[in-house]
Ligand binder design. Structure first.
Ligand code: ZN
Length: 352
């Protein structure tokens, strides 16, 4: 491992309803929390668990177990609602109006504090769909960390930064710290949305060794540029409980794609342990988001570390990414609030 930086791994769990929140059930939260905590305890790893208000109400014993085990309780909105513009197409999901965002985030924060006794200071937007309004609201509510920046999509930052109030995807003056979600830019993408560079759901669709290898490739590239290495990864409790392939509702029968249910349950638990063990052998330090905030600010920012990705070979031109994804989103006929200046959509972006 590089002596200058280090390898910081943030394993986090988005505590939501089952199968990407396509269902209203919380079997993952109810049945998955205990086994996940066992794996983490076996490797002495601290994690952040981002709860929706709904999951706390459905399974109050889950955050109680997480808190008792010394992990962090974060916030993942009230109902897994969309608080920012989409970066991929999900039918029936329309983002909140920008003026609704501050109230929703305030209520989610209060509810989690009321129910768990812990005021969350770390946040992740459902599906990573954040916005300027989200970041401003979180900053005002006293959050220390947002971890919604999907590096595979936005493509510019792999290391933390303090976002701009005018464009949360760029560095600026807000005091909250944005911690990007790991993506592997050494992979040649074959998908139009670049999602095959994302770390999720590689733990299950490939295995823990593949994910650890991907993180190490990313680490070596960051070290080569004189940076510390960071891999913030997101997982979900329902991945660690065997999930059905089909959802029958009163109006539709939904057949899930294989990547949503493949190797959910015991295989995923085993692979989580394998990934953690391999990264620990490589010298990784594991942190909660809250604790990593302090590490980053005290160790790296105060040393005037260059927090921006500058290596051209790693930077994905955002306009290219947007050009690839725009037709997918436009095809859904959603009133997509898209960043100003992209020129792809007829509607103004209310989030700007
Ligand atoms: Zn989520």
């Amino acid at each position: 491992m590089d002596a200058k930086g280090g390898l910081h791994v943030l394993v986090s769990f988005d505590m939501e309803s089952d199968i990407g929140s396509w269902t209203n059930e919380h079997r993952g939260v109810a049945e998955g929390t205990g086994p996940i905590l066992e794996v983490l305890a076996g490797h002495n790893v601290s994690s952040t668990f981002f709860y929706t208000g709904a999951s706390v109400l459905a399974c109050p014993e889950s955050p109680a177990m997480v808190e008792a085990a010394g992990h962090e309780i974060g916030c993942h909105t009230l109902y897994h609602e969309s608080v920012g513009p989409p970066i991929f197409n999900v039918p029936g999901l329309t983002p909140l109006l920008p003026e609704e965002v501050p109230h929703r985030l305030a209520r989610a924060t209060e509810l989690i504090e009321e129910q768990t006794g812990v005021r969350p200071v770390s946040f992740r937007a459902p599906r990573g769909w954040a916005s300027n309004q989200v970041l401003e609201s979180l900053d005002r509510l006293g959050y220390l960390v947002d971890s919604s920046y999907m590096a595979y999509f936005h493509g510019e930052h792999l290391l933390p930064y303090h976002p701009s109030a005018q464009d949360w995807r760029q560095p600026g003056q807000l005091s909250i710290l944005e911690v990007p979600l790991f993506a592997d830019f050494t992979v040649e993408s074959t998908q139009n949305d670049m999602r095959d560079r994302d770390q999720w759901p590689m733990l299950r669709t490939r295995d823990g060794t593949a994910l650890a290898d991907s993180i190490m490739r990313g680490a070596r590239a960051l070290w080569a540029d004189g940076n510390p290495a960071l891999a913030c990864i997101y997982l979900h409790p329902w991945e660690f409980v065997e999930m059905p392939r089909v959802l029958d509702t009163s109006e539709a029968r939904i057949e899930f794609k294989e990547f949503l249910w493949k190797h959910t349950g015991q295989v995923a638990l085993d692979e989580l342990g394998t990934m953690i063990a391999q990264l620990a052998d490589a010298g990784a330090q594991f942190h909660t988001l809250r604790d990593f905030h302090d590490v980053w600010v005290s160790r790296y920012e105060k040393a005037n570390w260059n927090c921006n990705m500058t290596t051209q070979q790693w930077v994905v031109p955002r306009s290219d990414v947007i050009a690839e994804v725009a037709p997918v989103i436009a095809a859904a006929h959603l009133p997509v609030p898209w960043p100003a200046g992209c020129g792809e959509f007829p509607l103004p972006n209310p989030h700007e």
